[in-house]
Design a binder for this molecule. Structure first.
Ligand code: ATP
Ligand code: MG
Length: 223
């Protein structure tokens, strides 16, 4: 699939209690199937950018088109996220009262798959993130790295066209980190998945085709 996955122009976001703008006129354009590393210092606006591109943060001004859609309100964004976007947050945000498998299944609800299809897909995802044995564990009983792998599986549960991932390998050792990257590279090749991945890890960034650097709320491609 070719064409534009993401086009965002002149994004501005100010948090009420901060003088500096978290996003200060940022532009980014991402082609479908691109795997882009979002890099830059702490506090430069990387997470804010991902939140803005997922519609979870409302920007003060600027334009955002996702896969040709321009969501007009919160309901449009919710609908777009449910169908076409996968999210992995910097914190894992697993629901503590659901098992790992149920957390992964959650984004599949309402998308038309039967219970049997959902279960089979959950097993496939657990396998893919090397968490085969953890399906019936509670989040509180998992290590940080195990929770992070479950969060990546959940981010892929709705078979998204775009995955927005905020340091998804930050808690992982190099073997598990490699497994996640290999999975994303495979999904890109097989399904044309577009990936934006915030990372401080050079190995992860090196696996991406492009590198987008955010500094003081402004961004540019550096490779
Ligand atoms: N909810 C919030 N309320 C107020 N200020 C915020 C909020 N979220 C982010 N900020 C501020 O906006 C700026 C950008 O933050 P952001 O979280 O996007 O940085 P980041 O590049 O993701 O950093 P890190 O690498 O540490 O995760 C920072 O100055 C931060 O303090
Ligand atoms: Mg961040």
């Amino acid at each position: 699939m070719s064409g534009e996955a993401i086009r965002a122009e002149a994004l501005v976001k100010t948090f009420r209690d901060r003088k500096a703008r978290a996003l200060d006129g940022l532009d980014i354009a991402v082609q479908r199937g691109d795997m882009t590393a979002i890099v830059g210092p702490s506090g430069s606006g990387k997470s804010t950018l991902l939140y803005a591109l997922s519609g979870l943060t409302e920007v003060d001004s600027g334009r955002i088109a996702i896969l040709g859609e321009r969501p007009a309100d919160a309901a449009d964004w919710t609908n777009l996220r449910a169908r076409r976007i996968g999210l992995v947050f910097q914190e894992d945000w697993l629901l503590p009262t659901l098992t790992a498998a149920e957390n992964i299944e959650l984004p599949m609800l309402g998308l038309g798959a039967s219970s049997a299809e959902r279960q089979s897909r959950v097993r496939g995802l657990l396998d893919a993130v090397k968490a085969e044995g953890f399906g019936d564990h509670w989040p509180a009983g998992l290590s940080g790295g195990e929770r992070q792998r479950i969060a990546v599986a959940r981010g892929l549960a709705n078979r998204p066209e775009i995955l927005l991932a905020d340091e998804p390998t930050g808690e992982l050792d190099s073997v598990n980190s490699r497994a996640i990257i290999d999975l994303l590279v495979r999904l890109r090749a097989e399904a044309g998945l577009t990936v934006l991945i915030v990372t401080h890890d050079e190995t992860v960034a090196a696996a991406c085709q492009r590198r987008f650097q955010v500094i003081d709320g402004r961004g540019r491609y550096v490779s």
